[in-house]
Unconditional design. Structure first.
Length: 258
């Protein structure tokens, strides 16, 4: 997957994959980190603009390096306002996660901003990176736009209670289950029967509407469990967590030897 044949489409990647895709979050503004994650073998990364102080230029640079190194790239935008969607898509992201979506109206607005006219509001930026700087035809450019993942994050009780309505929104082709915020907002643990009922409803609705889903976990065992419940992409840990874990382990092991 070189810069020359990159399709800019996570939705297509999921459709063509014969297994769940494994990724992690990028929060550190360093290109070396992105290259290391690619060398480690991750299928994709999610550049996190919501919970990391990343500038747009840092996001853009990380995106280019990650794709050139063979990874697909999703970008979690800072909020659901839509202010970043056009520029992130013009930059050639393989998909977008829109956080804190609570209603079908919010989901529809986000989906339209990520979808070309006449079905949506996304403008034609064929001379940007997503259009190979004007090097591809308009037909190819708009086709690539359909392969982009347009995903919403559902992460509170209200959104999960309305999940069927939200996932029926036209042009959505991805969903993300935010278990951390779901537990925080409800005050319940993941194993609580009420949480489990909401999660089951999420998966049932996604299956009915043919929407691929993903979530974030901390360990390989949790990733395995997530895939068994129906997720087709999963983020395991993040760059800061991986660095902290490795650093903590090496210090502890070294001190134990001295």
């Amino acid at each position: 997957m070189t810069a020359q044949n990159k399709t800019f489409g996570f939705a297509r990647a999921l459709a063509e994959a014969d297994r769940a895709l494994v990724g992690t979050w990028v929060k550190i503004p360093a290109l070396e980190t992105v290259e290391i994650l690619a060398d480690a073998g991750f299928d994709f990364v999610v550049i996190d603009m919501e919970h990391a102080p990343l500038t747009f230029r840092e996001v853009y640079s990380a995106l280019v390096v990650a794709q050139s190194a063979g990874m697909h790239v999703l970008v979690r935008v800072p909020d659901r306002s839509g202010s970043h969607l056009q520029r992130v898509l013009d930059s050639g992201a393989d998909g977008i996660l829109v956080p804190r979506v609570e209603t079908a109206t919010e989901a529809a607005e986000a989906a339209k901003q990520m979808t070309f006219a006449p079905d949506g509001y996304r403008g034609a930026g064929i001379t940007a990176r997503a259009g190979r700087w004007g090097g591809i035809s308009m037909d190819e450019y708009t086709r690539l736009g359909t392969d982009v993942m347009r995903a919403v994050q559902l992460e509170d009780r209200g959104s999960l209670e309305n999940v069927d309505e939200i996932l029926s929104v036209p042009h959505l082709n991805g969903a993300f289950l935010g278990m951390g915020d779901l537990q925080l907002s409800t005050g319940m643990r993941a194993a609580d029967p009420e949480i489990q009922a909401l999660v089951d409803g999420f998966h049932s609705a996604a299956a009915r509407h043919g929407i691929p889903t993903g979530t974030a976990v901390q360990t390989p065992e949790q990733a395995q469990a997530a895939v068994r419940t129906g997720h087709s992409y999963v983020m395991v840990s993040n760059d800061t967590g991986l660095l902290r874990g490795a650093a903590t382990d090496i210090v502890a092991a070294t001190r134990a030897k001295l």
